[in-house]
Ligand binder design. Structure first.
Ligand code: URA
Length: 235
């Protein structure tokens, strides 16, 4: 059981003092009755709260799918530029949402943000080998030798060994397109794997992470809450 002000503040939409004012002004309904005092305690999993007639979402964690656009940093704060948190409502920043893993500034595509540290840890754990699928456009032709090198597990320029990865060539020419599946998330991994084959990535987009696929109806910069079935698959 939690006090009303704590419950309302846990959403990130109001501070504790704002919550107290809302209750004082009679703007909070708890289970259909006007709350008389912030000292009232309720079960967060059972109570139905409304503020100014609008239902309040008391879910313990928030899960957001963002179509990250190029030019935005996968960080929670950065003095020098726009971050992915700047694309979400302020209440999510206040709740402490963070991106699950990083995409480079110029990489687009699927980014999951949450305040569920446990789920983030599971998805990022190197032991779990969660598949990440990318669409890449590179300068130069791609060949069966490149596919074989990705499949064998590459050693990068600095000696770093990569797990076997899958390279599916979509088109090959002066510029080529491919889908790449990696099972780990090393720094600049996809770009460095192509670089080790003498190719420069000119465009990179993450299409999926484990069972979670980018909703292609989301334009770059747009986001939505994860659906219950998507969350179920991730867990
Ligand atoms: N690999 C990269 O090189 N960059 C990304 O943003 C993601 C994977």
């Amino acid at each position: 059981m939690e006090r009303l002000d704590k419950l309302l503040a846990s959403t990130g939409r109001w501070s504790r003092s704002e919550a107290r004012r809302l209750v004082r002004e009679g703007r909070v309904l708890a289970d259909g009755r006007i709350a008389a005092s912030v000292e009232e305690k309720y079960d967060p999993d059972a109570v139905r709260l409304c503020v100014d007639g609008e239902g309040v979402d008391l879910s313990r964690f928030v899960y957001v799918m963002l179509h990250k656009p190029a030019g935005v940093l996968s960080a929670t704060e950065d003095g020098r530029g726009k971050t992915v948190l700047d694309l979400l409502p302020e209440e999510y920043k206040k709740r402490g949402l963070f991106p699950v893993g990083r995409l480079d500034k110029d990489t687009e595509g699927l980014l999951l943000l949450t305040d569920d540290g446990q789920l983030a840890h599971e998805l990022l754990s190197p032991k779990k080998h969660v598949d990440k699928v990318y669409f890449a456009r590179v300068d130069g032709a791609l060949t069966a030798d490149d596919c074989a090198a990705f499949a064998a597990g590459m050693t990068l320029g600095d000696g770093l060994r990569c797990l076997p990865a899958e390279l599916e060539i979509v088109s090959s020419g002066a510029q080529s397109e491919a889908r790449v599946t990696v099972r780990e998330g090393k720094f600049h991994q996809v770009k460095r794997m192509f670089a080790a084959r003498g190719k420069t990535v000119v465009y990179l987009k993450r299409l999926s992470m484990g069972p979670l696929a980018l909703d292609e109806t989301l334009a770059p910069g747009a986001w939505r809450a994860l659906r219950a079935e998507e969350l179920g698959m991730l867990k």
